[in-house]
Design a protein around this ligand. Structure first.
Ligand SMILES: Cc1ncc(COP(=O)(O)O)c(C=O)c1O
Length: 412
């Protein structure tokens, strides 16, 4: 329903009551194949001339319900769900660029995204220029005739810096280049990417959308702002017949051909998680601010980074773009790697885990895990210091999280 507010769409969006049984939850269509009435029907479904399903690698009704709900939450024109957040980024890039093309990517990136772009993408003949996410000029300067995509993270990894999304969008718009934002760290409840000028959102639904640490998944959402007829990449040119659905059609082709399908069970778990997304991210934001404020005053902590702190270096962009909160990701430094390990080992409530956006609090040493393959110089540039601890603050009672951190810092 068009006029529903976010919270209502999070519960009812994309999931009509199942007519044959009256089930109010979207069923898990755990079927590999779907039979058509006639050979002509199957032909029409294959050609996209009739709505329907034939094989879960290409499309599945439970996955389609998730796509519809997330597209509504992002005010998009459609979405493609895939097997993980990384699969979403892979799908995004291969839908828009091919050998000989160029993309612009912010330097503030999740480790696996950096390895993907510097590995598989580069080896496929797609050149990437990495730019300082806070320098608007660096985006302008990096544009070439064959640039097919500008891609950023809404809250950059691991520095937790928040770029000026509207300003980057204006650069992209002027050059007729699609602009994609990874909103994994904040979710659509906290960040209205479309209003800020993004053309595409990619997200790891593994994190806040699912929320329960139970289903890996990812989505690519077309926000309906970009005129695909003006895009010069081969896949899109081939797909002009799909009009404003051209990008989604290209993404579905990449998904089907690469086999990056999301399982129906994971789509179901993610749909269930989304029903409480707005409540959870509000609590994550409150708790993270309380934990960050506590850490700032602790004598064993030399610095704390949380976008919601008033002295955060990109506080102006935070105020403009994340008025409802900054979710649960923060980091802090404790003087040495030994101290960081001592803190992590001493926590009793927090899990030592690389996941984020889960209901439970998680701590990790990013330098020797997620970013272990970066050179010493790259780690330094990215702000992955040896004494850095990354925290995904959960939705437990914040007093308990703070008490756990206080006792763990006592062991440092
Ligand atoms: C910002 C961001 N994007 C994408 C991903 C990849 O998600 P997944 O682990 O589901 O592949 C992550 C994972 O942590 C992430 O932090």
């Amino acid at each position: 329903m068009k006029n529903w507010k976010f919270e209502t769409k999070a519960i009812h969006g994309g999931t009509p009551i199942e007519k044959s049984t009256g089930a109010t939850k979207t069923p898990v269509y755990q079927s590999t194949a779907f039979a058509a009435e006639t050979a002509k029907d199957l032909e029409a479904i294959f050609k996209g001339n009739k709505y329907g399903f034939y094989y879960t690698r290409s499309a599945n009704p439970t996955v389609a319900a998730l796509e519809s709900r997330v597209s509504q939450l992002e005010s998009g024109v459609g979405a493609v769900a895939v097997a993980s957040g990384m699969a979403a980024i892979t799908t995004l890039i291969f839908s828009l660029a091919t050998s000989g093309d160029h993309i612009i990517v912010s330097k503030s990136l999740f480790g696996s995204t950096y390895y993907l772009i510097n590995g598989l993408i580069k080896n496929s003949g797609i050149e990437a220029t990495f730019v300082d996410t806070l320098s608007i000029d660096s985006y302008k300067d990096a544009i070439k005739d064959n640039t097919r995509l500008i891609f950023i993270e809404a809250v950059g990894n691991p520095k937790l810096d928040v770029p000026d999304i509207s300003a980057i969008s204006q650069v992209a718009r002027k050059a007729k280049i699609p602009f994609a934002v990874d909103n994994t760290f904040v979710s659509p409840y906290l960040l209205d990417a479309k209003a800020l000028g993004a053309d595409i959102v990619v997200t790891a639904s593994t994190k806040y959308l699912c929320g329960g640490n139970s289903a890996v998944g990812g989505l690519v959402i077309d926000l309906g702002r970009f005129n695909w007829a003006s895009h010069g990449s081969v896949p899109i040119t081939e797909l002009k017949k799909f009009g404003d659905q051209a990008f989604l059609a290209a993404a579905k082709k990449v998904r089907g051909n690469s086999g990056n399908a999301l399982s129906p069970q994971n789509a179901f778990l993610t749909l269930t998680g989304i029903e409480t997304l707005h409540l959870r991210v509000e609590r994550h934001s409150e708790n993270a601010l309380a934990v960050a404020t506590f850490l700032k005053t602790h004598p064993k902590v030399s610095s704390v980074t949380y976008p919601g702190l008033p002295d955060h270096p990109t506080a102006t962009n935070v105020k403009k773009q994340l008025p409802k909160g900054c979710a649960g990701m923060l980091s802090f430094r404790v003087g040495s790697q030994e101290n960081a390990y001592a803190f992590i080992d001493a926590t009793k409530l927090a899990d030592n885990s690389v996941n984020l956006g889960d209901t439970r609090t998680m701590v990790v040493h990013p330098g020797e895990t997620i970013y272990r393959n970066l050179s010493a110089q790259e780690k330094d540039d990215a702000g992955v210091y040896a004494d850095l601890v990354r925290v995904s603050v959960g939705i437990e009672n914040s007093d308990d999280i703070i008490a756990d951190f206080e006792q763990a810092l006592g062991e440092v």
